[in-house]
Design a protein around this ligand. Structure first.
Ligand code: PBE
Length: 291
C-alpha cells in the first residue's frame, strides 16, 4: 500500500512539474496574467509612451497599464525578468545595447501603430548658422551608422563613463569624424550648449558630437532635459542644438508644436525603430497576442 501511494504521489508531482514547465519561468495563467497586465515603459514624455497608449487603444488592451519609469529602470526591470525567465513586455527601441546583451524580439505590429523605420534628425535654434557657423556646419554634416552609436552604447552599458566612451570613439574613428569637420575652421573657446534626454541612444550621440565640437575649440555644455523641455530648449534658444529628434513618427507631436521656431539640419542616423519588445523565450509574436 505504501509503495503504491508513493508511486502515485510521484507521478502526480511529475504531471504538475510538466504542466508548469510549459509556462514562462514557471508562471501560470494567460499572457496578460503573467504580465500582471503591465507594459513596462520609460519617461512619460517619450514619444514611445504616446505610441504605446495608441497601441493599447488600437489593439483593445484596456486591461493593461503602461507603467512610466525611465530608460534605466526599464532596462533594469528587463534584466530582472530575464534572470528569472519571467514574462515582461517593454517599450523598446533600436539602436540599443539591450539587443546585443539579451535575446529579444519586437512584437509584430500589424496595425502599424509604431510606424515603420525612423530617422534621427539634428535640430538647431534659429540663428545658429550666423552665430556659430563652424558648429552649424559640423552639425549639418553629422551622419553616422547605427553600429557606430551602438559601439558607444555598449561601452557605456559595460560601465564606461559616457564622456570617456565618446572620446575613445572619436579618437578611433577620425576617418568618419573628418568627413564632418573637413574644411571647418577651428574656433577659440566659443560657448555652445547641446541638450539631450537621458535615453541610452541619445547619451551616446550627444556626448560624441559634443566631443567633436570640443576638439574644434568649442566650450561645450551638455544639458540633460525631459523630452518636452528638450524641444522647447531649441525653440526658445536656451540650447543651441540637439541630435535627438526621432522622426517621422516618434516625435511628430513635438515637431508640430515647434515647426518654424527650429531648424531641421536633416538626418544623422537611419534605420532606427520603436516598438514593444519581449524576451525571445516568450511564447507570443504579435501585439495582438497580448489581448
Ligand atoms: N526613445 C529613444 C525616444 C526617442 C529616442 C525611443 C525612447 C522616444 O520614445 O521619445
Amino acid at each position: 500500500m505504501k509503495k503504491v501511494g508513493l508511486l502515485a504521489g510521484l507521478s502526480l508531482a511529475l504531471i504538475v512539474a510538466g504542466c508548469g514547465s510549459e509556462e514562462t519561468g514557471g508562471q501560470t495563467g494567460s499572457i496578460g496574467e503573467q504580465l500582471e497586465y503591465t507594459i513596462t515603459g520609460i519617461d512619460a514624455g517619450a514619444g514611445i509612451m504616446a505610441a504605446t497608449e495608441d497601441a493599447i487603444e488600437e489593439y483593445g488592451l484596456s486591461d493593461y497599464n503602461l507603467q512610466p519609469s525611465s530608460g534605466a529602470a526599464m532596462t533594469s526591470a528587463l534584466d530582472d525578468a530575464i534572470s528569472n525567465e519571467k514574462a515582461i513586455v517593454v517599450t523598446g527601441w533600436t539602436p540599443h545595447w539591450k539587443f546585443a546583451k539579451y535575446d529579444l524580439k519586437y512584437l509584430e505590429d500589424p496595425k502599424g501603430v509604431f510606424g515603420a523605420e525612423e530617422q534621427i534628425h539634428t535640430f538647431a535654434r534659429l540663428g545658429l548658422d550666423t552665430d556659430l557657423p563652424e558648429a552649424y556646419e559640423v552639425l549639418d554634416n553629422f551622419y553616422w551608422e547605427p553600429e557606430h552609436m551602438g559601439a558607444i552604447m555598449v561601452d557605456v552599458n559595460e560601465g564606461k563613463d559616457p564622456v570617456e566612451a565618446a572620446a575613445e570613439w572619436v579618437e578611433n574613428n577620425q576617418d568618419i569624424v573628418s568627413t564632418w569637420t573637413e574644411g571647418v575652421n577651428p574656433v577659440d573657446g566659443d560657448a555652445i550648449t547641446l541638450s539631450f534626454v537621458a535615453w541610452d541612444s541619445e547619451i551616446a550621440s550627444t556626448h560624441m558630437i559634443g566631443k567633436v565640437l570640443e576638439d574644434l575649440g568649442y566650450n561645450v555644455t551638455l544639458t540633460q532635459l525631459e523630452p518636452g523641455p528638450l524641444w522647447a530648449s531649441i525653440a526658445t534658444g536656451a540650447a543651441d542644438a540637439m541630435v535627438s529628434a526621432w522622426l517621422p513618427g516618434t516625435h511628430a507631436a513635438y515637431l508640430a508644436d515647434y515647426e518654424g521656431d527650429i531648424v531641421d539640419l536633416g538626418v544623422n542616423l537611419e534605420g532606427a525603430k520603436i516598438g514593444l519588445v519581449v524576451p525571445a523565450y516568450m511564447d507570443i509574436d504579435s501585439i495582438e497576442d497580448l489581448q
